[in-house]
Design a protein around this ligand. Structure first.
Ligand code: ADP
Ligand code: MG
Length: 573
């Protein structure tokens, strides 16, 4: 239960504002997150971490001397957008290269990859290390597909210490990669978390049961068993993690016993007592452990054990001093306080479109108004669909995205924008506010459509159909999903095909669009028969059978909604 909030829609913004004020000795806010408010005398590689909010101390609490240089902070449980990551990385950069490090989630990968591509195109040397420590999220043969949970801290700490020690970018990347290869985690939960303003938890665990293998976004666990004693849980953690002892591991091990939000420190210490003993019994030497809240999941009652098996170099980096708002070790050097100049989020003026394109932009504005209303009404149901195998945020993400997109498009239209600019502005605002996978996908689609329609002429129905095909291609190139993977691509492809065929048959746009929207709805409904193989839901693919894909359902809903606007008699098509 989250009790203290104002407007749930701006909870993350208000949280970041308060955090930055409270932690001003370490961090300063920049568009998209925070960067250090101090700077060492000699420049270093910039370690930029990030992810959704709701996991404090991850990610903002880990920005400081000996740790990260910046954190991109997305909305609650939603990855930061590519713009946010880009903005934070630019502010953190010191000219020696940038390491992006974050947990392996589909939305984060899409957005960080796009930010990396932009930074690289601007001439920065950028590398990425994704954290994949959660042993329950994929079998060991597919370790690269695993999610990142509390093992994030081990990788961030080692990367941050290496940067602080003056390592170059190749070397920081090397030790961060090795740290990830040497880190394994196992998590359990006793009850789900409830986001601000939500009436129910994202998932529930029956009374007296414990969910094994939960994700930190409330992705349901793999199995449910009776709640064990503290000693039994410790034995389960240690036995299972030691089965996964990484190649090259020695006899020294760093345990991180992490509370997810609703478990007391005292309970953790009782569990840790047994963990410590069991590791010693197995001949392992425990090195500088951590017991506490390292990566939380809002108010979820649960905990995880992470083991890091360091070599001599990783041990030196793990034990090096650090000084961040939520993590301190030893005596870290005090650096000079600085104010990082930040670029304005949206500096460019709106180009004025031709009168024809302005008329098309008015239809775009009306369509976005209708879309925002439709998502508002459907948000709870979309969240419910996403909670079956995903993380339950599809409704809130879509609501944030479409509202911000509509407002940005409306502002552009009021300033005389044509349809292309209205859609491009809409796309940028949508992904910045929505975050997550669907935010990035919708932005890619709208941006491409905007580019196709342009600001000069009134598009013909053939132009609109061709623009929708290009939007489909952009989504597939960006997200790499194919038909049958159980994503919104399953609805987008038949939509674009039917629209093009109906337009080629000579049907008026509204009529062709109506056919295409029906095809999208049928295809979206049929995704219920499929198991998810991509996206956040992939670790629970089987569980998703019987429930349609939330992104496909919202896509179909929005195309039906746009049809109601296109069918209005006053619009000449
Ligand atoms: P997140 O997965 O980050 O929580 P959302 O819950 O808002 O984001 O969106 C989930 C939807 O995103 C899925 O239902 C699916 O339709 C869509 N999706 C996931 N991965 C992809 C992909 N690679 N390509 C296209 N759509 C995708
Ligand atoms: Mg989701």
């Amino acid at each position: 239960m989250t009790r203290l909030f104002n407007d749930p829609a701006v909870f993350a913004d208000e949280m970041i504002e308060g955090f930055a004020a409270a932690a001003a000795a370490w961090v300063q806010p920049v568009p998209g997150g925070v960067v250090r408010s101090t700077r060492a005398a000699t420049p270093s590689v910039a370690v930029v971490i990030g992810g959704g909010s709701g996991h404090y101390p991850a990610f903002g609490g880990l920005v400081g001397s000996g740790l990260a240089h910046g954190a991109a902070m997305g909305n609650l449980f939603a990855s930061p957008s590519a713009q946010q990551v880009h903005s934070v990385a630019k502010a953190a950069d010191q000219g020696r290269g940038i390491l992006l490090a974050y947990g392996n989630y589909a939305g984060d990968v899409l957005n960080f990859d796009e930010a990396e591509a932009r930074l690289t195109a601007e001439g920065h040397d950028v590398r990425t290390v994704v954290v994949t420590d959660d042993i329950w999220s994929a079998p060991s043969e597919r370790r690269h597909q695993r999610r990142g949970i509390a093992g994030d801290l081990a990788v961030f700490k080692i990367a941050g210490a290496a940067a602080e020690a003056g390592y170059d970018l190749d070397e920081v990347e090397r030790v961060a990669t090795l740290a990830n290869e040497r880190t394994r985690s196992f998590g359990v939960a006793f009850s789900g978390c409830t986001l601000p303003g939500a009436s129910a938890p994202l998932f529930t665990v029956p009374q007296g049961k414990m969910a094994v293998g939960l994700g930190i976004h409330g992705e349901p666990g793999i199995d449910e068993i009776p709640v064990p004693t503290a000693d039994e849980l410790a034995a389960m953690f240690v036995a299972r993690l030691l089965e996964e002892t990484p190649e090259g591991a020695g006899t020294r091990v760093v345990p991180l016993l992490n509370g997810l939000g609703g478990v007391k420190y005292e309970e953790l210490f009782v569990v840790y007592r047994a963990v410590n003993r069991l590791l010693a019994e197995r001949g392992l030497h425990v090195l500088e452990p951590e017991v506490g809240e390292l990566c939380t999941s809002f108010d979820m009652a649960g905990c995880s054990l992470t083991l890091l098996w360091p070599d001599v170099e990783l041990e030196r980096l793990w034990t090096a001093p650090a000084d961040a708002p939520a993590y301190r070790k030893g005596i870290a050097p005090q650096h000079e306080r600085v104010i990082v100049p930040t670029h304005a989020a949206d500096p460019d003026a709106i180009p004025v479109g031709s009168p024809e394109s302005q008329r098309t932009a008015a239809i775009v504005g009306a369509a976005l108004d209708a879309m925002a209303e439709a998502i508002d009404a459907a948000a709870d149901e979309l969240g419910r669909l996403d909670s079956v195998a995903g993380d339950g945020d599809h409704g809130i993400g879509m609501r944030r995205g479409v509202n911000a997109g509509r407002d940005a498009a409306r502002a552009a239209i009021a300033a005389g924008a044509g349809a292309g600019t209205a859609l491009t502005r809409c796309a940028d605002a949508w992904s910045a506010r929505a975050g997550g996978t669907s935010g990035a996908i919708w932005a890619a689609m709208l941006r491409e459509l905007g580019g196709s329609l342009g600001d000069d002429t009134a598009p013909t129905r053939t132009d609109v159909a061709a623009g929708c095909s290009r939007a489909r291609d952009a989504v597939m190139a960006f997200g790499k999903a194919r038909v049958g993977d159980k994503t919104m691509v399953d609805a987008i492809v038949p939509f674009a095909e039917t629209l093009n065929a109906a337009v080629a048959d000579g049907r008026p746009l509204a009529d062709a669009w109506s056919h295409a929207a029906r095809a999208a709805q049928t295809a979206a409904d049929r995704t219920a028969d499929l198991a998810a193989s991509l996206g956040r839901a992939r670790s629970h693919g089987e569980r998703s059978i019987g429930t349609p894909d939330p992104g496909a359902i919202s896509f179909a809903l929005l195309t039906r909604t746009v049809h109601t606007v296109l069918a209005e008699p006053q619009e000449e098509q």
